[in-house]
Design a protein around this ligand. Structure first.
Ligand code: PEP
Ligand code: MG
Length: 579
């Protein structure tokens, strides 16, 4: 059994079969060949070995003529490994005697060889990479056109991958993908956010582990503790089965909260809105009793389609959401593309610092036709219900004014053509940069509402990439610098009489609910899965007590102290409830 620690980004526990996607995206399921097909499969293996041999020889000859014979020795070593009689005999036996699929035989056998090299801890341990290279080229030749993609998953699996982009994650088939774990990735990445939206457990930033597992092997994914357990023993499987059952019954209990108000014990009403990436998620929010949609991340419309969405595509998506919630607010955020949500067509050149580059509102203001198309669709949807528009990543007042000018211009266009829309559609901004927080007194004079995006606010305040596992320990909502900016933003909005919410992941974690209420927050926007728990905490606390908690926290000067205190508070609260 091998227990690996990663970063927990989407809660829940699941037990299932591994589907391994290495850095080249190969899927190697454990498959068996029929006895009658063994000879054909062995022939396929022999072809792949011959093709791989030819490729290595071709590379060797090219290098030889460019750089000379001494460099060609590397390739001769590869050839010797590939044709090692012991390896060849093992591969043949795996197919002939164990009836393994050749792809699976190659992956299992070569990875075992590589691990032996890796464990040597001396100057030849790096030869493991050579073995992985041989494995890859054999698999490439074996799989050829049959290389399957993530989109073709057709049975329940736990995806174990080197990395998953937000769009790959968004395209995962929820019917079959029980959860995923990746070697790369940080706590605030959009891959993590999509996992929460899909309501599947996810663990990222595990570090290298794919060489320790093969497709088809049993895996336990613990999205609560951030654990990936490979080759689990019977006792561990049994323990986790109990945990899965307990989670189901806890979930069922929380369902009873659906129609109860989120009101504190001293009578203060809290609005709990939902965060969505796709129209289909609205149902999940409604079934948990949401008070509206506080953040609709519309960029996923781009990330799940091969072509740029048309005005009709936008309109269809927005109307679906608005019609599902006829009497409740729906905050549509204009696209936040860029950084880890890339669209090749709209990123003119490679950026060295994409998080600080042409992202979000900056990109929209550069790509006016795209921006106008989206605004037209949002305005058209505003005729159907309580639609509000929100601009992301605003950092200067000029950006807000420019965005509003484009909006006004699009309104004129629609009016000229007699297309209905709500001329007083509320306009808001996200507070995601320290600049916006510090200058909020100016912004609130020109907006109808604000929403604090703590995911980015943490990233930009602490100068920590939210998607990088190497600095994940520095990415912390408990940091006093973040909390002071948050308090300042909420104070400024309240004094100006402008409604404020928090829609970053922080608001969906019950560890922060008391603090947020104590800071004066009365509207939270959270992933659908978090609505019941957050509501339960709201219903169990008094604002007076929350204020005391906030005061204590704001007097602390270190993230560690804040975290320990908040953990303790919420633990105490939850244990009182179960007592
Ligand atoms: C945020 O930054 O907190 C936010 C809600 O936006 P996103 O996570 O989509 O960047
Ligand atoms: Mg953001």
């Amino acid at each position: 059994m091998l227990k690996l620690q990663g970063i927990a980004v989407s809660a829940g526990v699941t037990i299932g079969e591994a589907l391994v996607l290495d850095s080249e995206g190969f899927r190697i399921p454990r498959r068996f060949v029929a006895r009658s097909a063994v000879d054909t499969e062995l022939e396929r293996l022999a072809h792949a070995v011959a093709d791989t041999t030819r490729e290595i020889e071709r590379d060797r000859d090219a290098i030889k003529s460019e750089l000379g014979g001494q460099y060609a020795a590397i390739f001769d070593a590869h050839l010797a490994m590939l044709h090692d009689p012991k390896l060849q005999a093992e591969l043949t036996a795996a197919v002939r005697d164990r009836n393994w699929w050749p792809e699976y035989a190659v992956s299992r056998t070569l990875r075992r060889y590589a691990k032996v090299f890796q464990s040597l801890d001396n100057h030849i341990s790096h030869r493991a990479h050579d073995i992985y290279d041989i494995e890859k080229s054999l698999l490439r030749n074996l799989l050829g056109q049959r290389r399957e993609t993530l989109a073709a998953i057709s049975q329940p699996v736990i995806v174990l991958a080197h990395n998953l982009t937000p769009s790959e994650t968004a395209n995962l088939d929820r019917r079959f993908v029980q959860g995923f774990a990746t070697e790369l990735g940080g706590p605030g990445s959009h891959t993590a956010i999509v996992a929460e939206g899909l309501e599947i457990p996810a663990v990222v930033g595990v570090g290298p582990f794919l060489s320790d597992v093969s497709g088809g092997e049993p895996v336990i994914l613990d999205g609560n503790q951030g654990l990936v357990i490979l080759q689990p023993d019977e006792e561990t499987i049994a323990r986790y089965r109990l945990e899965v059952e307990a989670a189901h019954s806890a979930q069922a209990k929380l369902e009873g909260l659906r129609d109860l108000p989120a009101e504190t014990t001293d009578g203060v009403s809290i609005q709990i809105m939902g965060n969505i990436e796709f129209p289909s998620e609205v149902e999940q929010c409604i079934s948990r009793g949401c008070d509206g949609i506080g953040l609709y991340r519309t960029e996923f419309l781009y990330l799940t389609s091969r072509r740029e969405p048309t005005e009709e595509d936008h309109f269809a998506a927005y109307s679906e959401v608005v019609k599902a919630l006829p009497d409740k607010p729906v905050v549509i955020r204009t696209v936040d593309l860029g950084a880890d949500k890339m669209l090749t067509e709209t990123t003119p050149e490679e950026e060295r610092n994409p998080c600080l580059g042409l992202r979000s509102i900056r990109l929209s203001l550069r790509q006016l036709p795209m921006f106008r198309t989206q605004l037209r669709a949002i305005l058209r949807a505003s005729a159907l219900g309580d639609v509000r528009v929100m601009f992301p990543l605003i950092s200067t007042i000029t950006e807000l004014r420019q965005a509003r000018m484009v909006l006004a211009d699009v309104m004129e266009d629609l009016a000229e053509h007699g297309i209905p829309f709500n001329r007083s559609m509320p306009v808001g901004i996200m507070v995601e940069t320290p600049a916006a927080a510090v200058m909020l007194d100016a912004f609130v004079k020109e907006v109808d509402f604000v929403s604090v995006g703590t995911n980015d606010l943490i990233q930009y305040t602490l100068a920590v990439d939210r998607g990088n596992k190497e600095v994940a320990d520095l990415y912390n909502a408990c940091d006093p610098a973040v909390l002071r900016l948050l308090r300042h933003s909420l104070d400024v909005a309240r004094e100006a009489g402008v409604p404020a919410s928090v829609c970053g992941q922080m608001s969906g974690s019950v560890m922060y609910t008391q603090l947020l209420l104590g800071l004066g927050l009365r509207q939270l926007s959270v992933p659908a899965s978090a609505i019941p728990e957050v509501k339960q905490v709201c219903r169990s606390v008094s604002v007076a007590e929350c204020r005391r908690i906030a005061e204590r926290v704001l007097a602390m000067d270190g993230a560690r102290e804040v975290k320990a205190f908040l953990r303790d508070q919420v633990r105490r609260l939850l244990s009182e409830q179960t007592a």
